[in-house]
Ligand binder design. Structure first.
Ligand code: EPZ
Length: 428
């Protein structure tokens, strides 16, 4: 397993290009199941998760042509040759559940392995399943699989439009139902829907495939089902979580970094928190320019919330920054029940953090010290790298396969700004 070694203490200066969004690209890829024509995605990031979902789609019958150099992916599902999403692939990536809505919408049947929990929490899929049931699907949970079908008595075997209220906001359940509703009979109204930019990107792509959607990006989305969707070409939006992670790099080391393709509307909560911490975020023609205003970092308290609130996927990175603030900040995680696994690792580097329930009190220290640390999940991994960039001495982050799921060419991008960072290939 690869490791990454960082020697801290260098202020970063330069430009970092922002890749296409992993979390937008995954649902967009599953939208290919809704049509027999070709869906072309551009600005596709080269990441392990994209390969995993490609394998799953291929197992369902997709023909895939992926030009990695050009970040271009062509997907065509002329017919669903096998409506079974096998455990061996689904267990690697929870987003696999997003094939269920499109399969049911297209062919009225689908079988998907239940994804199971993961390191950051139990992460059930009950909201996805209840929504599809409300649209007329019959679900049978057995042998670790969801066997779903639409009886002929329901609109002749086609999902039906409903007014459905989510009990709380779920990004994935909103995406699954949005896709399912595009081919349903009648109008679907999704209330308390997620408002994340990835939902808007998906709705834009579906609309250009011929779907009738209104309200994406608000709490209520209305979808008028159509008989068929066509292919299209769609550019994946910029990755706001990669963007936010790299905004914290010059904030924690000092320096001046421009994020090429950065968009303030995608990271406004983070930009507000950084401003309060004493870090300026400025819109420039290439994207966003991030600089520390002075040597001192102010403590800032955050609470994670659905968009447009502070993103859970940027919580660990903010915590790394706050370990060096001049005072105590509190960080409350409301989305996932076990997303503080970076805390003991940051503590190994000298951070002072106390956890009570879902709140971490972070008392800033003078400096962090490099140490061997272990990545436990995707966003925890980048927070350890960020801490390493600011720490005295060398930090070696192991299990960086977590990082490779969501950050493309991370060492290269940081090295271009002066970071002393190396990948160490090989066995653990
Ligand atoms: C998406 O996960 C992202 N993944 C996550 O990114 C992100 O952290 C999360 O949204 C929240 O923003 C992708 O887009 C591929 P949810 P998702 O459904 O859709 C509970 C990263 O680091 N819940 O909004 O799975 C759930 O357990 C990742 O890139 C249910 O209880 O998240 C969680 O506590 C990790 N039942 C909360 O809702 C359900 O049926 C929000 O989850 C569905 C969710």
């Amino acid at each position: 397993m690869d490791k990454i070694a960082v020697t801290g203490g260098t202020a970063l200066h330069g430009t970092i290009p922002i890749s296409g969004s992993k979390n937008a690209c995954l649902p967009l890829m599953t939208a290919a199941l809704l049509t027999d024509q070709t869906l072309t995605l551009t600005n596709v990031p080269n990441l392990a998760d994209i390969g995993t979902l490609s394998n799953l789609l291929a197992s369902l019958g997709a023909t895939i042509d992926h030009d990695r150099e050009a970040n271009r992916l062509n997907l065509r599902v002329a017919r669903l040759s096998s409506p079974l999403a096998h455990y061996d692939i689904v267990r690697k990536m929870r987003a696999s559940i997003l094939v269920l809505g499109p399969m049911l919408a297209r062919d009225g049947a689908g079988t998907v392995s239940l994804p199971g929990g993961c390191a950051i929490g139990a992460r059930p899929v009950d909201l996805h399943l209840k929504g599809l049931e409300a649209m007329g699907a019959t679900l049978d949970l057995r042998d670790g699989y969801v066997h779903a079908s639409v009886p002929r008595s329901v609109s002749g075997g086609r999902l039906r439009g409903v007014s459905h209220r989510f009990p709380f906001v779920s990004v994935g359940a909103t995406e699954n139902l949005l896709m399912a509703a595009t081919l349903a009979k009648g109008t679907t109204r999704l209330v308390n829907a997620a408002r994340e930019p990835e939902i808007v990107d998906l709705a834009d792509c579906l609309s250009s495939m011929g779907a009738q959607i209104e309200g994406a990006g608000t709490g209520t989305i209305e979808i008028e089902g159509v008989d068929a969707l066509s292919g299209t070409e769609h550019r994946v939006i910029a990755d706001r979580i990669e963007m936010g992670s790299f905004m914290i790099a010059p904030a924690i080391t000092g320096g001046d970094v421009t994020l090429e393709g950065g968009r303030i509307d995608l990271v406004s909560s983070l930009a507000g928190a950084l401003d309060a911490a004493g870090v300026s975020v400025e819109e420039v023609p290439q994207g966003l320019r991030v600089r520390r205003r002075d040597d001192r970092l102010n403590p800032v308290s955050i609470v994670t919330e659905p968009f447009p609130g502070y993103a859970t996927d940027l919580q660990a990175q903010m915590m790394a920054l706050m370990t060096l603030a001049d005072g105590t900040s509190s960080i409350t995680e409301q989305i996932f029940e076990n997303r503080f696994m970076h805390v003991p690792e940051l503590a190994r580097m000298g951070a002072q953090i106390d956890i009570t329930g879902n709140t971490a009190q972070v008392t800033g220290v003078e400096s962090l010290r490099g140490a061997p640390v272990m990545a436990t999940d995707l966003r925890a991994s980048i927070s350890l790298l960020l801490a390493g960039l600011a720490a005295k001495g060398e930090t070696v982050v192991s299990r960086v396969y977590h990082l490779d799921r969501g950050y493309e060419r991370v060492e290269e991008k940081l090295r271009a700004c002066g970071a002393r960072i190396e990948r160490i290939s090989g066995d653990d």
